[in-house]
Design a protein around this ligand. Structure first.
Ligand SMILES: C[S@@+](CC[C@H](N)C(=O)[O-])C[C@H]1O[C@@H](n2cnc3c(N)ncnc32)[C@H](O)[C@@H]1O
Length: 238
């Protein structure tokens, strides 16, 4: 549908009618040729806000999928990189792509739900890319609280988001239509597939982070036209 080696329309429909975890398990072998994989330029923009190579000890990639952002963390971190995802299929693909030369920072891939993380002050940096739409509004405080607990004081949580687009914009209308379709799908089919657009937007997400003990910096000059609406948020645990 998106690419000759990508999923067909029927494969995507089957994935969407599965649970989120199972849907990603099915999609995993073809995920990297879909538009759902975070493009490299987004990850490179995030990297520009996080400091020089080898300037961080331990890094965490939340919802790492097939590992799009793992090379960024391996460059930034000198001691350990952990990727966490609840789809074993996605983790298997990530594992097959790991750079494992002797000089590369070691990577652990963990099969778990990010909402159930129990890390306690183990990381200096946590990032997530392309995944915030999988966290329900009601789970956002728990998600932020788990990340706060996982970071050491002074540790950073970084991600890319935007403000709410105007209601008449194509992006707003398409996102609302998609979200409406997902709500109907989840009313009719169990288990749900959790994926919604227009989540974790500024300025609300900054308030959420601040109320959980983060100091928030927003970088609004990272991406060129036509992606200038993207913002890099770096939230530092106080
Ligand atoms: C769109 S993919 C993005 C993957 C990768 N970060 C990227 O940018 O290419 C979303 C990933 O989030 C994972 N995911 C969604 N909700 C999750 C949760 N609650 N806990 C762990 N992983 C989750 C899915 O399994 C999937 O691999």
């Amino acid at each position: 549908m998106f690419h000759p080696q990508g999923p067909t329309f029927w494969e995507l429909a089957q994935q969407c009618l599965s649970s989120t975890e199972r849907g990603y398990d099915l999609l995993a072998p073809k995920f990297d040729v879909t538009p759902f994989r975070t493009p490299d330029f987004v990850i490179e923009g995030l990297a520009r806000c996080l400091g020089p190579p080898q300037s961080v000890d331990d890094g965490l990639d939340l919802c790492c999928g097939t590992g799009a952002a793992i090379p960024l963390l391996q460059t930034l971190c000198r001691r350990r990189v952990v990727g966490i995802d609840f789809s074993q299929g996605m983790l298997d693909v990530a594992r097959s792509r790991l750079t494992t030369s002797v000089s590369a920072t070691p990577v652990e891939l963990l099969h778990a739900n990010v909402l159930d993380m129990t890390f306690d002050r183990e990381f200096d940096l946590a990032i997530t890319v392309g995944s915030l739409g999988h966290i329900l509004k009601r789970d956002e405080p728990r998600f932020v609280q788990r990340i706060h607990a996982a970071l050491r004081p002074g540790g950073r949580f970084a991600f890319v988001t935007s403000t709410m687009p105007p209601w008449w914009s194509r992006r707003y209308l398409l996102s609302r239509a998609f979200n409406g379709a997902m709500h109907i799908r989840n009313l009719l089919v169990r288990p749900p597939f959790v994926m919604f657009y227009l989540t974790f937007l500024l300025p609300d997400v900054a308030r959420l982070l601040e109320s959980h003990g983060f100091k928030v910096a927003v970088h609004d000059d990272v991406y060129p036209v036509p992606f200038q609406e993207l913002r890099v948020v770096v939230a530092t645990r106080k």
